[in-house]
Design a protein. Sequence first.
Length: 139
Amino acid sequence: MSDDKEKQRRTAALLAFVLGAFGVHRFYLEEHGRGVAYAVFFWTFVPLLLSVRDGLRYLTMEEGRFDAAYNTAGLILRPHEERPAVPVGSPAAINVTVNSPGGADDPVDRLERLHALKEKGILSDDEFAAQKAKLLGVE
């Protein structure tokens, strides 16, 4: 089951539809700056329109994308045993191979995949920098 501190996609959508004009859903998702902007400008009805859009986006968003966007702190702060399996070793030991459908090795595609691994917390900043340098031949 989910942790009590994890944000729920349906809760965010419900808050966006019911109290979204005041930015409550943004505060719930810990986007305080946007929440304040919604609250300050609620009288213009623009936040109301934006909150309806936000609510629909949350409802149609895949659970994994929502978690990646709003529950990443929980993934990083969990004990090592609960985290996804990560290759052990030095940054040089981690090798990301990407084969494009055409069979050619596309450096841009490899960089995008490396960045995705870094964003998910699988690669540290140092590991990402080392792999990026290796890929670009800067070593």
